[in-house]
Design a protein around this ligand. Structure first.
Ligand code: ATP
Length: 215
């Protein structure tokens, strides 16, 4: 019997740096689905050219950002695994750890969702987790492949989502903040204040490490 206490949501990303948009979607999903959220920084993201901060710096920023929120956590399994970070491998790892009954959710922003058909083994992701998509301001319409995916797997209520451990697709509206790591890196480079979008401890760390000033 699953009482929900072992349920887990995962937020994967490069977190270069972690910002208030990441924390916002993590907290909204945590509240909505009554679950802990684990942030998983990728080692080498398959879809991005490179990161500016080192893996250790990205991990440190994440740990600083979640340190005071008991619902949020960080796991460095993708950094430890090394090589390219494939979400399918990560979900398999978490499913092995959790066993079959707890619900496992993978959170992604709309931009990431729209690129899903280019992810390794994307159709198998639902064999291990639910997908929870947070709409973001850059929304475009889904491509035909995704429309078919939505017809097969989308559910409209959290009750329907929670009625299985994995296998469903759910959209959350009005969660996203209009901010990205790219915008923060640009702001720092252009000497504009990014503090409205950063946890204070993360901002202090960026200044201390002189991150992004020359990126
Ligand atoms: P970059 O600007 O470097 O591409 P990013 O801000 O999109 O980075 P990532 O670490 O790549 O951040 O994102 C991790 C996950 O968080 C992705 O699923 C992404 O869609 C989602 N995400 C990031 N920022 C937001 C936001 N402001 N609102 C909703 N989802 C977001």
């Amino acid at each position: 019997m699953n009482d929900g206490s072992l349920d887990l949501a995962i937020l994967g990303g490069t977190f270069d740096p972690v910002h208030s948009g990441h924390l916002q979607i993590a907290r909204v999903v945590s509240e909505l689905l009554s679950t802990r959220v684990c942030c998983v920084p990728s080692n080498i993201p398959p879809h991005k050219s490179s990161t500016i901060a080192t893996p250790d710096q990205r991990l440190t920023m994440l740990r600083l950002a979640v340190s005071e929120d008991p619902k949020l956590d960080v796991d460095d399994l993708e950094l430890k695994r090394g090589d390219r970070s494939y979400t399918l491998e990560t979900l398999k790892d978490f499913r092995r750890r959790l066993g079959p009954s707890p619900r496992l959710y993978f959170i992604l922003g709309m931009d990431a969702y729209l690129s899903l058909p280019s992810w390794l083994g994307w159709q198998q992701l639902l064999d291990y987790a639910h997908l929870v998509v947070c709409r973001r301001e850059t929304d475009q319409a889904s491509a035909p492949l995704l429309l078919a995916f939505e017809r097969s797997h989308q559910v409209k209520t959290t009750g329907m989502l929670k009625s299985s451990a994995h296998g469903r697709l759910f959209f959350v509206d009005n969660t996203a903040l209009a901010v990205s790591s790219t915008e923060i890196r640009q702001r720092i480079k252009n000497k504009c204040d990014p503090s409205a979008f950063l946890d204070p401890a993360v901002h202090a760390y960026i200044l201390q490490e002189q991150l992004y000033a020359a990126s």
